[in-house]
Design a protein around this ligand. Structure first.
Ligand SMILES: Nc1ncnc2c1ncn2[C@@H]1O[C@H](COP(=O)(O)OP(=O)(O)O)[C@@H](O)[C@H]1O
Ligand SMILES: [Mg+2]
Length: 713
């Protein structure tokens, strides 16, 4: 659960909301217990012969005399006068704190009372209890007492005590109602209690809404922050990360995994605060009613805890797999929808459908496992709980039937209600652990994103002055992660500032890899790249990249206007410069013909433009940047040779004073370069002018014959 706990720091800024939510939680649990506490008086009203008033008087009388009292009819064999009356019997141990402790003994019958001048020789239990309840504290009264097995009445002087606070409150509340004479008279009291229950539950629901709003808004704000953080991290990850893991995986971590984490946080703030509070409040009530029975019911705790822990671990495992499947599915989606033209053109729909079916089915299976584990939890806990509750019922039943432990039927009922009410929150809580484990797995995947090595943006690194002298590749080797061959092997190449170098070579010879070293999209595995004698690994990335204009084979356009796409990389728009750059890239004429000109919106990824148009726009973008170093990586592969020729001329003028590296296939472009570097299998085979290479380099001649001529150069 470490990762989940760590993600809690995102909640910290919203602690005020959470604090208020906690207050609401407290209120909810108090009201919850309050509602439950109303069950006992309701049961008294409805079921017991003594009724609510009788019960409260009995409690008060017990307080006054310091020993628990119940009323009974005397056994038939008693020879006592007035044996048709019910009498008060002391049960249980005397209240320890009471001053009469020891005076009235358990099992003694109180049959009458002498109170000052008034003497009640024999008094019915309910009347006697009422009289006792109404006594002032610290008064000297004399009880008439006997034992059930003798008819010997003795006088027992006692001093009355004060009532406990709760008894006082109950007495006060009860006396708001007229004492019912018949059972039918009790109905208004029952109604009042029910209305009380409704009011309490409405209040509780209102608090619940507030609590839920406060806590879930805190979570959504936190999730918002997590996403922002993730995005910052995603932007800082090196190109190699995406080459290895794909973008779909990161997207999945952004969406699905963050959603899972959010679920955990919401659960934490809603269920995990409210339910334990409710469970504890109920537990307190149950303990007050009968701590022994409550403890018996709690024996289910440890095995339930163990079960929950095991299930939590299982949950972590399966939900991690589910998230993996999710990212695989996104990967397939991204690939096939991104390449929908090829899929259709090659009528590969069926194969792609099968591929999708496979990953989707895998996701289904993983999700089913997740839900299975989730579904298992509550019933297991419930079964354990019910077993324990039944054990408590058995014991309680024994006590009720054997008149032990001051447990009457109503109290038993109220206690059972409490135990049932306690299981509800516990049952809800049992699934919490599994949710947390799923969340933890999600948080772990998000952390992996954060822990992946980022591009080093050492803040103190010196900035690289504008390039003026040279670029040098010194013993540069590079190997892609997860491959067994070097893509570059000990490349040494020095380029003077202002030089125009063409790089040629068969596919896969490492041309793209080599030029990617300059803006540090890739870093050499061994060796160094130096600009003006400074190792670029030691300079600030920003100052390095600001000097480089990069145009790649697949031009990258964003869903924005053409103007915005060209001036991408400038911090404010400069229409004049934009236009001039477009002219140089031979795209101005085309743009002007569009109905909305530079304001034309290109589709996502520039989908509404042709490959050549996109490339020319991205060349304009590079030109506008006014870079010291210009890199064209097959940037003109989709431009017709006529335009290329003209761009070539414009470029010659533009590249004056700039160092230019051009990876190209076309003869025209290659010829225009001052020097040509021939690469093969990650090595530099040879370099020189066209004529030199033609005379001495077999590979170059071969390339010239096959590529340059074949591509119409
Ligand atoms: N992301 C990658 N992961 C693993 N291998 C790669 C990756 N990109 C390129 N390669 C391999 O590195 C070698 C050089 O590739 P590249 O520089 O793109 O060649 P070129 O641009 O000359 O066609 C090739 O063998 C290619 O298969
Ligand atoms: Mg390439």
């Amino acid at each position: 659960m470490r990762d989940f706990t760590r993600s809690l720091k995102y909640l910290w800024p919203y602690r005020l909301r959470i604090g208020l939510a906690l207050l609401c939680t407290l209120g909810i649990s108090v009201l919850w217990a309050g509602g439950l506490a109303a069950i006992l008086p309701a049961a008294k009203v409805l079921m017991s012969s003594e009724g609510l008033h009788g019960w409260v008087y009995r409690l008060a009388a017990s307080d006054r005399l310091g020993v628990d009292l119940v009323s009974y009819l005397p056994p038939e064999r008693t020879q006592l006068q007035g044996q048709q009356l019910s009498w008060v019997v002391a049960v249980g141990q005397p209240h320890r704190s009471h001053r009469n402790a020891g005076a009235l003994l358990p099992g003694q019958w109180v049959v009458g009372l002498e109170d000052g001048d008034v003497a009640h020789r024999f008094l019915r239990a309910d009347a006697l209890l009422r009289l006792l309840a109404m006594q002032q504290p610290d008064r000297r009264i004399t009880l008439r007492v006997c034992r059930s097995d003798s008819d010997q009445i003795t006088l027992l002087p006692v001093v009355t005590s004060t009532l406990t606070l709760s008894t006082q409150a109950m007495l006060w509340l009860t006396r708001r109602f007229p004492e019912p004479r018949t059972f039918a008279d009790r109905f208004p009291i029952l109604l009042t209690l029910l209305v009380f229950g409704i009011v309490i539950s409405i209040l509780r629901d209102a608090l619940r809404i507030l609590q839920e709003f406060l806590s879930s808004s805190a979570v959504w704000y936190a999730v918002n922050d997590i996403r922002n953080d993730n995005y910052n991290v995603a932007l800082r990850l090196p190109v190699g990360y995406y080459a290895k893991h794909g973008t779909a995986d990161a997207i999945s971590r952004f969406t699905y995994d963050v959603g899972m984490l959010a679920r955990g946080l919401i659960t934490l703030l809603s269920k995990t605060l409210v339910e334990p509070a409710k469970a504890l409040a109920t537990l307190a009530l149950a303990l007050i009613l009968s701590w022994k029975l409550t403890l018996i019911a709690l024996i289910a705790g440890p095995p339930a805890f163990l079960a929950i822990r095991r299930l939590g671990r299982a949950m972590r495992r399966v939900s991690r797999q589910a998230m993996l499947s999710m990212s695989q599915m996104l990967e397939v989606l991204e690939e096939t929808l991104g390449g929908i033209r090829v899929v259709k053109a090659y009528t590969m729909e069926n194969r792609e459908r099968r591929r999708f079916l496979r990953v989707n089915h895998q996701l289904l299976r993983q999700n089913l496992k997740v839900f299975f584990v989730e579904a298992l939890t509550a019933p297991i806990v419930e079964a354990l709980g019910i077993t324990a509750a039944m054990a408590a019922v058995a014991v309680a039943g024994y006590w009720v039937l054997h008149n032990q432990h001051d447990l009457d039927a109503e109290k038993f009922l109220a206690l059972m209600a409490c135990l049932v009410a306690m299981f509800d929150p516990i049952r809800k809580l049992s699934s919490v652990s599994t949710v947390f484990h799923a969340s933890d797995a999600a948080a772990a995947r998000i952390r992996e994103l954060h822990d992946a090595p980022q591009e080093v943006t050492s803040p103190g690194a010196p900035s690289l002055p504008r390039h003026r002298r040279s670029i040098e590749f010194r013993h540069v080797s590079f190997r892609y992660d997860g491959t067994s061959d070097d893509a570059l092997r000990d490349v040494n190449l020095t380029i003077r500032a202002g030089e125009n170098v063409a790089i040629v070579g068969p596919n896969g010879s490492g041309k793209t890899t080599l030029v990617s070293m300059l803006p540090r999209l890739l870093d050499p595995t061994t060796g160094q790249v130096l600009i003006d004698g400074t190792d670029i690994a030691r300079c600030s990335l920003r100052s390095l990249r600001r000097q480089i204009g990069l145009v790649t084979q697949d031009a990258v356009l964003f869903h924005a206007t053409i103007e915005e796409n060209i001036s991408y990389g400038l911090h404010r728009s400069q229409p004049d410069k934009t236009r001039r750059a477009a002219e140089r890239a031979y795209v101005d004429e085309f743009i002007r013909k569009l109905p909305e000109g530079y304001g034309t919106l290109v589709g996502p990824h520039g989908a509404t433009l042709s490959g050549g148009e996109k490339q020319r726009i991205s060349i304009a973008r590079a030109i506008l940047r006014d870079p010291a170093i210009l890199i064209f990586d097959e940037a003109m592969s989709q431009i017709d040779s006529d335009s290329e020729h003209r761009i070539q001329q414009a470029m010659q003028e533009f590249s004056r004073g700039r160092t230019t590296l051009i990876v190209a296939h076309r003869f025209a472009t290659v010829l225009a370069a001052g020097r040509i570097v021939v690469m093969q299998a990650g090595r530099i085979q040879d370099s020189g002018t066209h004529d030199e290479l033609m005379s001495r380099c077999e590979l170059y001649r071969h390339l010239y014959a096959t590529q340059f001529i074949a591509t119409g150069g």
